[in-house]
Design a protein around this ligand. Structure first.
Ligand code: SF4
Length: 406
């Protein structure tokens, strides 16, 4: 398959790994945050960390929309289903995220709530068309990648004069998350993560372009490389970050040139700007309240805004959720702790029985650590660690991926 297999080639992976080993300066440590959960899973699935020299470290970031959604927003949806008897449409990952009082959308469904998993906003519109006597609410979450389809759905609903369709808008913004992260204050007893640069998200950047990250090197002195999600993309982007640091450069570079430009997709940006506008502030799990970090529906489309239609959503910003205090998701999302630093990791919390959002989501760091068993790899001695020249783990993963796509 074009543009998939080429970016999973084990021979090319060995070549880039060799170039990285030649380029790193042995006397320094390199700490790079992969902002997005898609990168985390590529690093874990393909054993990219095993191919790196010991002084190159990846730090997991907050780029998983399910993980950063605060519990209070799920509590609100549970209240809406129970009090207003709506049909709630949502993506599958949200179903099992723990809410307050040991609830989840899945448990509310088992209890008779009408919550339906959808693959797209178009599915939600279809449900509204098929159930004109019921209120249908789409629980919209995601970064800039998933925002245009929400805007399209709202415009379609208006064009069709659909009276029973609304959107609970929780779309969040990547550049604000990066500044929120870099400005965040560590919890008492917690060390801030050491960060030398960022692997920027490619899918988000295909919409917003690379320009919105330019404040990161300018204001915070951290380089950014927009990185694709295939393993070779991640490795090449790591090499680009290492070169910037060695050469004393600090700028935004674009590795994912096959889709990302500096200005992004102007048509999608205009569509979003027509329907949605920035919120004054929004709460993020792990990062707290960040100004202008999320979007809400413009007043011209308020007929389709669930926050305007349902009274129980109007105090959305004042709800206090009851989170599991033992769950370390906030610290994991800030990059201050690794999943295995949480005492519940594998000890009550697993993908089958998640205690926090980072174990539920297919992009969550805890799910990645657990699913690919890298926490076990970390326990083996360096003698047992696969040699970069013979990357056993990567060869195994690349072989199985080849079979899967054959
Ligand atoms: S292991 Fe579970 S409880 Fe611990 S931080 Fe991860 S999701 Fe939260």
């Amino acid at each position: 398959m074009k543009y998939i297999e080429e970016f999973r080639s084990k021979d090319l992976a060995k070549q880039i790994a060799a170039r990285i080993r030649q380029t790193v300066q042995p006397e320094r440590e390199y700490h790079f945050m992969e902002f997005c959960g898609g990168h985390t899973h590529a690093i874990f699935r393909y054993g990219v960390q095993d191919l790196m020299p010991d002084n190159v470290h990846y730090v997991h970031g907050p780029g998983c929309p399910v993980c950063v959604l605060p519990t209070s927003r799920i509590d609100l949806m549970i209240r809406l289903v129970r009090e207003e008897n709506v049909i709630l449409c949502t993506y599958a990952d949200l179903m099992r995220v723990p809410a307050s009082e040991r609830l989840s959308l899945m448990k509310v469904t088992a209890d008779g709530g009408d919550i339906r998993m959808v693959y797209s906003t178009q599915d939600a519109l279809d449900i509204a068309r098929q159930n004109p006597e019921r209120e249908v609410v789409f629980f919209a979450i995601g970064f800039e990648t998933t925002t245009p389809p929400t805007a399209v759905a709202i415009r379609q609903a208006q064009a069709e004069q659909l009276k029973n369709f609304t959107v609970f808008c929780n779309h969040v913004l990547t550049p604000s998350a990066i500044s929120g992260l870099l400005d965040s204050t560590p919890e008492p007893g917690e060390k801030p993560p050491v960060l030398d640069g960022f692997l920027g998200p490619s899918h988000v950047s295909s919409v917003i372009g690379s320009r919105p990250y330019e404040f990161v090197p300018a204001q915070y002195g951290k380089p950014v490389v927009i990185a694709g999600f295939e393993p070779l993309d991640v490795m090449q982007s790591t090499l680009m970050l290492i070169r910037q640091i060695n050469e004393g450069r600090c700028e935004v570079e674009n590795e994912y040139t096959r889709l990302v430009t500096r200005d992004g997709n102007r048509k999608a940006q205009q569509l979003v700007a027509d329907v949605l506008e920035p919120r004054d502030k929004f709460e993020w799990r792990g990062l707290g309240w960040i100004d202008n970090s999320a979007l809400k529906i413009r007043s011209a489309y308020q007929e389709y805004d669930a926050e305007k239609r349902f009274a129980c959503l109007q105090d959305a910003d004042n709800l206090i959720a009851k989170d599991n205090k033992a769950c370390e998701c906030p610290s994991v999302l800030r990059g201050s702790k690794k999943p295995q630093d949480c005492k519940l990791f594998g000890n009550g919390c697993s993908p089958e029985n998640p205690m926090g959002s980072c174990m539920v989501s297919s992009e969550g760091a805890c799910a990645a650590h657990w699913s690919y068993g890298r926490f076990r790899t970390a326990q083996i001695s360096s003698k047992e660690k696969p040699s970069p020249e013979t990357p056993a783990t990567v060869e195994t993963e690349f072989t199985s991926a080849d079979k899967a796509t054959a």
